[in-house]
Design a protein around this ligand. Sequence first.
Ligand SMILES: C[S@@+](CC[C@H](N)C(=O)[O-])C[C@H]1O[C@@H](n2cnc3c(N)ncnc32)[C@H](O)[C@@H]1O
Length: 221
Amino acid sequence: MLPTPKFTALDDALYAYLLEHRSPDDDVVRELREETAKLGDWAVMQIAPDQATFLRLLVTLTGARCAVEVGTFTGLSSLAIARGLPADGRLLCLDVSEEWTSVARRAWKKAGVEGRIELRIAPAADSLRALPLEPQFDFAFIDADKKSYLVYFEEILKRLRPGGLIAVDNVLWEGDVVRPEEQGEDVVAIRRFNEAVRADRRVESVMLAIADGLTLARKLP
Ligand SMILES: C[S@@+](CC[C@H](N)C(=O)[O-])C[C@H]1O[C@@H](n2cnc3c(N)ncnc32)[C@H](O)[C@@H]1O
C-alpha cells in the first residue's frame, strides 16, 4: 500500500514563494540566468534556481574537495558546485560545447572561482575513461545526454571515494517515467538508469522531487 503522499504540489504562486524564500541570488547568477535566457529554447537546459542553491549547500555540507560535473552548458550548476567547494577545491567540468561553456567561463571569472575549475571539451565518456582509475572525487553532478547516464554513473562511481555523492538531474523527465505510452529515447534511458540505481548495492540512493527530479546516490564504504 502506498503511504499517504507528504509532498505539497507546486503551482506558479507557490513555486515563486519557494524561490523567494531561499538565500538570494547574487549579480553573477542573475546575469548568468539573463544571458542564458537569450539563448531561447536552449535555456530550458539550465538547472532551476532552487536546485542551484541546493547543489551549493550539498557540496558544502558533504565537505567535498574534489568534484566532477558532466554537462556544464552555460555554467549555473558548475558555479554553484565551485562555490560550495573550499578555496583550494577542484571541479572538473566536462562538455562538448565551446560556445555554451564560453558563457560559463565568463561567469566563473566574475565569481572569482575560475581557479578551482578545469574544463575539458570532449565527449564526457572519453574524458572520464581517460582519468586514472582511482578514488579521486567526493562529489559528482550528472546532467548531460540522457542515453549515456549509466556510462557516466559507472565511470564516476569507479573514481568516487567511499562515502562520496553523485547527484543526477532529470530523473523524473517531467513525469514521463510513469507514463508507459511515452517511449522516446530519453525517457527510456532515464527509466533504465533509475532501475539500475535502484538495484545497485554499491550505493544508497534517494530520488528527490526538486525541479525535474534529482537522484542522490552515496557510495557505500
Ligand atoms: C542540460 S545541459 C547542462 C546544464 C547545466 N548543468 C546547467 O546548470 O546549466 C546538458 C549539457 O550536456 C552537454 N553534452 C551533451 N552531450 C554530451 C556529451 N556526450 N559529452 C559531454 N557533454 C555533453 C551539452 O553540450 C550541454 O551543455
